[in-house]
Design a protein around this ligand. Structure first.
Ligand SMILES: *Cc1c(COP(=O)(O)O)cnc(C)c1O
Length: 397
């Protein structure tokens, strides 16, 4: 199949849930991707904050191959060593005591929502199942997680929503406090909003949320699906604030591209889950968890995380210089580590298209925010090349 045939066959055979770019990708290595014609692209999307260690690193391929020949899947009716090792690594490097494994961000959030409801029901009885979430948040596409998502366009057409979600303004603790009543059991928040446009809350936001939740006996849930796993220069984004949650969800980069999600919690809260409460056929297979162990070990390395901060600061500086050169087009640059947003005064889709023509993959969210979430191994020289492409694109506009 050539590129044209492939795109036609995709349109005929695949549900049209994505507005895809006109690009067929066939190979990846590090921060580079190649299309079907052998053309090279520098990747600042990273599968949307998934391939944090770059495309197809040899050591992960080796672990995957070895585990594939050893044991791929049994069932969670039995113990397997890679799953236990990953759980130990996760609890050993976070606030958490217990982990539930699943296959995606949405499923991790589903587990968090179910656990919060069950915990609250056992502690306070029926009727206390509401969860406060934030406007412009993103938590997934299943019925419960789309209902948790504070965006009308994600709800549209799928009503009635799952009951009990209440949306308040992001980065506003008073709005959360005002929404708490006897029906609320938890607050669900992204430490940095990713899909919502790389929105970084004020420095005391999480601390004040933590205090409110403790005072009102609410569970605090962090959705770190996008900003966890080293993205911000800390293993988990909330570490910058030093304020832990009761429940945290992970997915995207945990398998560097293999599907895995995880819900982490404390012993006290985890007690609400008992055999039969929740399950997942594929959750935490030896194949995927063997690879995730390697991913977590590499990303937890303080030297690695330090470099994410240094390179991220460099990236932000270079984008700010570009903003100074193109004030007509650029409104703001914001970011932490290697999640960096550039808010434009115009829609970003033409910039995305022009960059692709120039050999650079970038992403645009909420219409006007260019969101850069490259592999965390990106170099200063690669950033310089992207800056030159953006400069070209902006100069032509
Ligand atoms: C991507 C994302 C999800 C959903 O993850 P899926 O794996 O697509 O289900 C949930 N929360 C956040 C913050 C995300 O970025």
């Amino acid at each position: 199949m050539d590129g044209t045939q492939l795109k036609q066959a995709a349109q005929m055979n695949i549900c049209q849930t994505y507005a895809r770019h006109d690009l067929v990708l066939v190979r990846g290595s590090g921060c580079r991707l190649w299309d079907a014609d052998g053309r090279e692209y520098l990747d600042f999307v990273g599968g949307i904050a998934v391939c944090n260690l770059g495309h197809c690193p040899d050591d992960l391929a080796e672990v995957l191959y070895r585990q594939a020949r050893h044991l791929v899947h049994v069932s969670n009716l039995y113990y397997t060593e890679p799953q236990v090792r990953l759980a130990e690594l996760l609890t050993g490097s976070s606030f958490a005591d217990k982990v539930f494994f699943c296959n995606s961000g949405a499923e991790a959030n589903e587990a968090a929502i179910k656990l919060a409801r069950k915990y609250s029901r056992e502690r306070h009885g029926a009727g206390r199942y509401g969860i406060i979430t934030m406007k412009a948040s993103f938590h997934g596409r299943t019925m419960a997680t789309l209902s948790a998502t504070g965006q009308e366009k994600v709800h549209h057409g799928f009503e009635p929503l799952v009951d009990g979600f209440h949306y308040v303004e992001f980065d506003n603790v008073d709005a959360v406090a005002a929404a708490v009543d006897g029906t609320i059991c938890a607050v669900l928040v992204e430490p940095i909003q990713g899909e919502g446009g790389v929105r970084i809350p004020g420095p005391d936001y999480l601390a004040r949320l933590r205090r409110l939740c403790s005072e009102r006996d609410l569970l605090l849930i962090y959705d770190e699906v996008q900003v966890g796993m080293g993205r911000t220069g800390a293993l988990f984004a909330h570490e910058h604030e030093g304020v832990g949650p009761d429940i945290m969800t992970l997915a995207k980069a945990l398998g560097n591209g293999l599907p895995i999600g995880a819900m982490l919690t404390t012993n006290h809260v985890a007690e609400a889950f008992t055999p039969g409460s929740h399950a997942s056929t594929f959750g935490g297979t030896p194949l995927v968890t063997a690879v995730a162990c390697e991913v977590l070990k590499r990303i937890s390395d303080p030297t690695f995380l330090e470099r994410v901060l240094t390179v991220g600061a460099y990236f932000k500086e270079r984008l700010q210089a570009l903003q100074a050169k193109h004030p007509r087009l650029v409104h703001e640059v914001r970011g932490r580590g290697l999640i960096v947003g550039m808010e434009l005064k115009v829609p970003g889709k033409d910039v995305v298209r022009r960059c692709q023509e120039l050999g650079f993959l970038i992403n645009c969210t909420v219409d006007t925010v260019l969101r850069f979430v490259p592999p965390l191994i990106v170099s200063e020289a690669e950033i310089d090349r992207l800056i030159r492409a953006l400069d070209t694109a902006f100069s032509e506009m």
